[in-house]
Design a protein around this ligand. Sequence first.
Ligand code: FES
Ligand SMILES: [Fe+2]
Length: 385
Amino acid sequence: MISEAENEFLTRVGPGTPAGDLLRRYWQPVAVTADLSPDKRTKRIRVLGEDLVLYLTDENTYALVAESCAHRRVSLYYGFVEGCEIRCPYHGWKYDSTGQCVEQPFEQENRRARERARIAGYPVRAYRGIVFAYMGPGEPPVLPQWDVLDRRDGHLTLFVEKDLRCNWLQPMENAVDTVHTFWLHGHTMHVKGIDRGSYYYRPIEKYSFEQFEWGIIKRRVYRDTTGAVEEETGHPLVFPNILRLPEGPLQAMHWRVPVDDEHTMLIRAGLRPDKPGEERVHDEEPSVVRLPSEMTADGDHAMDTFTSQDRMAWETQGAVYDRTKEMLGAEDKGIAMYRRLLRQQIELVQAGADPMALIRDPDRAKVTFDVSQGQARVAVAEGRV
Ligand code: FES
Ligand SMILES: [Fe+2]
């Protein structure tokens, strides 16, 4: 249980909020490149409580600016893309990719006034089919080349789920909730007669958590029906809002990006490595799968997949889970550790320092997590881009 003030401190994401300021220090995925094309040049996106328009420039790059024009607040979603700039559809004010107004066709030439007409504009980078944005102050850090995205020895698929109808911290706390897998996944699959949950339907004998340079490592020890013991590590929470895990044959990364306080964007990347002897040449652009809603016609969670089961748990905690009413136990050690870490890192940002897991040195841009099911070690390697 935490106080109401602490709950607000950790969950709110709008401009100027403590957690919002922390999350803005990291490159965040905000769209997939497949969302835009020469026929569809603009996309409305809401990230960290800000309404923005992403557009595809004539140079095939991306730009991200505030949705509302500085003049009379009309949406730039309907704007005209001209070169790397965007022109408002109402009276033609034009903005560059930093959000600076560069033209006001019906105004007297007045440079001062034009310079004051400024909307938000954020740096964006397209990498392996994902558009990443940096919404923080100062020089952006190096864009991490996570192994799942960077590897070319397998097929990469991006999965875009329906936005989650709850605060971002709920899925992230779940990333350090190691024992939920027995009942929520193992047992639910068992009672529904689905065999996909058997891995998790084994008694968990021990579990522990350890902070490391990139976030939190979890350890879990299973005892199976024959009495054999299996120690497992391999689902690190990568600070602040990523889960890295093996997912069947896939090496996966899940981003949970706040849309606003009560909604969260879910983007997953899954790399299916080639089998030895079956190496293939893969397209540079990954395939994109847009996952359908997993709600039944009655509006219930279908509960027959891992994603539906997790979504049920996160959404039924409430739009912004009220942590003043919970009863944490020993099983929630990982959650308490993550909240402590989050507070610590927010305070670092407030003191003007860089938080953890932020890359400033290009020599450290390539980050490889060697994780697999049933493996008792997370090996991290770093290298130059
Ligand atoms: S509202 Fe955009 S130019 Fe007038
Ligand atoms: Fe889960």
